[in-house]
Design a protein around this ligand. Structure first.
Ligand code: SAM
Length: 249
């Protein structure tokens, strides 16, 4: 059926491509790719010969109208990004909004996403979390952003580039505190998959001491803020104590 299909692709391990993703990409008339050359390799690997077109941050608004015209003439379209789920720190938002506004169906396929995959193995609270994408690259903006998040009780998830990881860890240690619990997931689903855990200052030291930790793709996660009283006792512990003491003779 005519629709815009949102199709996740592997974040490092080709085996993570779902059979349904392959089928949809084979059957649509057109695949909008963040980078046609990059995706060409993936499509070739799966023997998919569907026509492709580029849709990236710089042409997305103009392209969206053209894609709606394709849908109007009865052609189903799929959207993929370089890796993982489109729209998650990747292009697609304007396209999906426009296609919906024009009254066409948008059909999502579930699949790889670095943030969710990393979180699931992090050992950090996963009942509530906040996906923050990339921290700003300018130092002032980065510190402001972290200040805004300082007392957020939810697990924080960031995407990070290898050449900025040390700066970000430094900023996190400075603003969120040296002891804030960190999980750094690197090269998830790939050969050199690594999880580094510890306080912010400790993880920073380990990253600085080992160049290999500054390579590849990284998801950085921070434990949420734990409110404490003046004596450092978590507010939740005090509440439990209060409830218990009401029950005691
Ligand atoms: N749309 C993608 C998704 O669903 O995960 C994310 C695209 S974003 C432009 C790329 C960032 O995702 C990388 O800089 C890195 O922070 C993270 N990332 C992607 N693949 C990863 C992997 N295999 N291991 C760790 N982080 C990864």
């Amino acid at each position: 059926p005519v629709a815009l299909y949102i199709v996740p692709t592997p974040i490092g391990n080709l085996q993570d491509m779902s059979p349904r993703a392959v089928e949809v990409l084979e059957q649509v008339a057109l695949i909008a790719c963040e980078d046609t050359r990059h995706s060409g390799k993936l499509l070739k690997h799966f023997g998919i010969s569907t026509r492709t077109t580029a849709l990236h941050d710089h042409n997305e608004r103009a392209r969206a109208q053209w894609i709606v015209e394709q849908l109007a003439s009865g052609h189903a379209v799929a959207l993929i990004s370089d890796a993982g789920t489109p729209l998650i720190s990747d292009p697609g938002y304007h396209l999906v909004t426009h296609v919906r506004a024009e009254g066409y169906n948008v059909v999502p396929l579930p699949g790889p996403c670095a943030a969710i995959t990393a979180l699931s193995a992090s050992g950090l609270p996963s009942d509530r979390f906040s996906f923050e994408g990339f921290l700003p690259s300018k130092e002032k903006a980065r510190l402001d952003k972290l200040t805004e998040l300082k007392e957020d009780p939810h697990t924080l998830i960031f995407y990070e580039s290898p050449h900025r990881i040390a700066y970000s860890l430094e900023a996190i240690a400075k603003v969120l505190g040296e002891d804030r619990q960190i999980v750094m997931a690197r090269e998830v689903t790939k050969t050199f998959e690594t999880f580094l855990t510890g306080g912010a200052a400790e993880v920073l030291e380990r990253v600085k001491a080992d160049d290999n930790q500054q390579k590849g793709e990284i998801v950085l996660m921070c434990h949420g803020f734990i409110a404490t009283d003046e004596e450092g006792i978590p507010a939740v512990a005090m509440e439990t104590l209060k409830l218990l003491s009401e029950e005691l003779p």
